[in-house]
Design a binder for this molecule. Structure first.
Ligand SMILES: NC(=O)C1=CN([C@@H]2O[C@H](COP(=O)(O)OP(=O)(O)OC[C@H]3O[C@@H](n4cnc5c(N)ncnc54)[C@H](OP(=O)(O)O)[C@@H]3O)[C@@H](O)[C@H]2O)C=CC1
Ligand SMILES: CC(C)(CO)C(=O)C(=O)O
Length: 318
């Protein structure tokens, strides 16, 4: 079946690995895409965005509709937030400035309930959605993005001016449709909260262990002890999710473990933050799930130990 959706104006809030990848792919598909940048603004305005795509090869977008201030952006129907969750509160004014009156704001971010803290800073007229990106991509230099594998984005509704389930699903389908037009696999998710728990089965072990052990996925998957650690941490996430009322599909952790064995060697985005002395996404990926599980009466001691080690590392890193 061919997706037929009208082409809305799209704003990318935070043009890093994720924002740059999906923004460039959407622009290539003919969408009117506007990119908000910070440190890489001049490089991208002068030389464009470059993507080394794992299967399509080198792709360039030049010129780029690049902005250093949201005040200069046109009103956008869809805003895709590609900044780290640690920047969300600071970015709320930019999101509001770039938003058309009933815009859809889609957080392309990892972590549990990352929408909650932004919701309270946004007007009620804006729709807020979450997007879970299954992709391996990183910034290789200013305006230069390397894509290693995968690419799907699964979209779910968080909150906004419509309460009707069907109307919400229509918006979610519209969002997923944008990605599909750009050749990117995208599914509508009926339960965003559950989907965020599912994604954490990967992010909790691999993001944290990459920083703690200074190891990318291949060594983590080769060594007997790190394999055991990954599996024990995955099992705890599944246990935490269950305590919070979300049963994972049977064999889900094993599926992610085997998927990682087949992936090219990959440094999770948290490791890039550590390397560049940026704040780690600890609140979204560790504090919130730990607190949610604890509130449901479930202690997760291995995740807690990993979190405390990462907090120590993060404080000393910047
Ligand atoms: N990379 C990956 O493969 C995956 C990442 N994710 C998730 O996606 C999210 C984004 O990650 P990723 O793309 O890797 O992160 P990056 O660090 O590559 O990109 C973040 C971007 O946001 C920009 N930004 C931050 N604050 C502002 C601001 N105030 N104004 C303008 N721009 C701003 C940064 O600009 P500056 O250069 O100035 O810092 C940077 O370009 C995270 O939640 C991550 O966990 C999920 C799946 C896979
Ligand atoms: C590596 C992968 C695909 C795991 O789901 C990912 O999406 C991430 O780094 O967050």
């Amino acid at each position: 079946m061919t997706d037929t959706v009208a082409k809305p104006t799209i704003g990318i809030i935070g043009t890093g690995a994720i924002g740059g990848f999906y923004g460039l792919m959407l622009a290539r598909a003919g969408f009117d895409v506007h990119f908000l940048l910070r440190s890489e603004f001049s490089a991208v305005a002068e030389r464009g965005l470059h993507l080394d795509h794992a299967s399509l090869g080198p792709l360039t977008l030049n010129p780029v509709q690049a902005y250093s201030s949201a005040a200069d952006m046109p009103p956008c129907d869809w805003l895709l937030v590609g900044a780290k969750t640690t920047s969300n509160a600071d970015l709320a004014p930019a999101i509001i400035q770039a938003a058309a009156p009933d815009a859809k704001v889609l957080l392309l971010q990892n972590g549990l309930d990352v929408e909650d803290s932004l919701r309270v800073l946004l007007p009620d007229s804006l729709h807020l959605l979450g997007g879970l990106c299954l992709i391996c991509v990183h910034r290789a230099g200013p305006g230069v993005i390397t894509h290693q594998a995968l690419g799907a984005v699964n979209v779910g509704y968080h909150s906004g001016p419509v309460a009707d389930e069907q109307a919400r699903m229509n918006i979610v389908e519209e969002g997923a449709g944008l990605f599909r037009v750009a050749g990117i696999d995208s599914q509508a998710m009926p339960n965003l909260h559950q989907a965020r728990w599912q994604k954490l089965v990967w992010n909790i072990p691999y993001n944290g262990l990459s920083v703690l052990l200074g190891a990318s996925t291949t060594p983590l998957m080769t060594d007997t002890d790190s394999r055991a650690l990954v599996q024990a941490l995955m099992a705890e996430v599944v246990q935490g999710a269950k305590a919070c009322g979300h049963d994972m599909p049977p064999g889900y952790a094993d599926y992610l473990f085997m998927m990682t064995e087949k992936m090219p060697d990959y440094w999770p985005s948290m490791y890039h933050d550590f390397l560049h002395k940026r704040p780690l996404e600890l609140d979204a990926i560790y504090t919130r799930p730990l607190a949610a599980a604890k509130a449901a009466g479930c202690e997760l001691p291995r995740i807690e130990a990993l979190y405390r080690s990462l907090s120590f590392i993060d404080r000393r890193n910047h």
